[in-house]
Design a protein around this ligand. Structure first.
Ligand SMILES: NC(=O)c1ccc[n+]([C@@H]2O[C@H](COP(=O)([O-])OP(=O)(O)OC[C@H]3O[C@@H](n4cnc5c(N)ncnc54)[C@H](O)[C@@H]3O)[C@@H](O)[C@H]2O)c1
Length: 263
């Protein structure tokens, strides 16, 4: 897919990665970019900065009715959705003792919202025999996010759901991609570092922390190649291979890193 004349929706569009995607899609010639976020004021500010092709929308992706309304409004206004970027996500910084409310929020934002999105966008995409769903998961979904158990479990579920969708719908014309970055310089990471979360420290120590614009570069390349797994940090593929081939050795390496960071 190239972005010229495309109708695009980006959830979490007011955040670090989402706003970079919105900017980049507009620069690539998209006809409309809907910047959707639970923080409606921030979505308005991002849309205003992106320019006339951007349209703000307030949406809580954990509310199925709101997701359905976002999709219906966009289809009504612009005729279709070519690319839906389900990008909203939350981290918790918690372990097994994280309160149920944190586990629940991570499940709802990081997993259930993707189910709501798929239900809402698939009917028109299948009827048209075309469309692309990009789900921002995380390297945590193919590896592990040390220090954040709810994030790890829910991002693994998100990658699994994305893979299930890709296999089920590809032959009917609908493409699915899972975007799985490691560290990216956004409020999610900087707030984790400021709070002293182990997970944020491990991410910062594990490799390059990319800018959101660099992630957007990878997304453009991944969409052009219609790749399922989009890895802005290519080393994540090497880590995933090591993890699959030698789970005990891979875990030992991570434990060593944690010991070094917590000594
Ligand atoms: N920053 C990283 O290091 C990193 C690494 C891998 C994956 N990710 C993933 O990238 C995505 C974007 O995160 P980011 O780093 O830009 O963080 P961010 O905190 O800057 O942005 C997240 C955005 O999602 C919005 N959001 C949260 N809950 C929502 C809801 N219920 N409905 C609608 N919008 C909601 C927030 O208001 C915010 O604007 C997330 O899915 C995150 O898990 C981030």
């Amino acid at each position: 897919m190239n972005l010229t004349d495309r109708i695009v929706v980006v959830t979490g569009g007011a955040g670090g990665i989402g706003s970079a995607l919105a900017r980049r899609f507009a620069a690539e010639g998209a006809a409309a970019v809907v910047v959707a976020d639970v923080n409606a004021d921030a979505a308005r500010a991002v849309a205003a900065a992106v320019g006339p092709v951007a349209h703000p929308a307030g949406v809580d992706v954990t509310d199925e009715e709101q997701v359905r309304a976002l999709v219906a409004d966009t289809e009504q206004k612009f005729g279709r959705i070519d690319l839906f970027c389900a990008n909203a996500g939350v981290s918790t910084g918690g372990g097994v003792d994280a309160p149920d409310a944190d586990w629940d929020r991570a499940w709802r934002v990081n997993v259930l919202s993707h189910v709501y999105t798929a239900r809402a966008v698939l009917p028109a995409m299948l009827a048209r025999g075309g469309g692309h769903l990009l789900m921002t998961c995380s390297a945590a979904g193919v590896l592990t996010a040390v220090g954040d158990a709810p994030y790890t479990a829910t991002k693994h579920a998100a990658v699994a759901f994305a893979e299930w969708l890709a296999i089920t719908y590809r032959d009917r014309g609908v493409r699915v991609s899972a975007l799985c970055p490691q560290g990216v310089d956004t409020p999610m990471l900087s707030e984790g570092l400021a709070a002293g979360h182990l997970g944020a420290k491990v991410i910062a120590a594990s490799g390059a922390v990319l800018t959101p614009d660099q992630v957007a570069d990878s997304v453009i390349a991944g969409l052009a190649e219609e790749r399922f797994l989009i890895l802005p940090h290519p080393e994540v593929a090497t880590y995933a291979r090591r993890r699959a081939e030698d789970p005990d050795g891979w875990q030992a390496g991570l434990r060593k890193l944690v010991r070094r960071l917590t000594a």
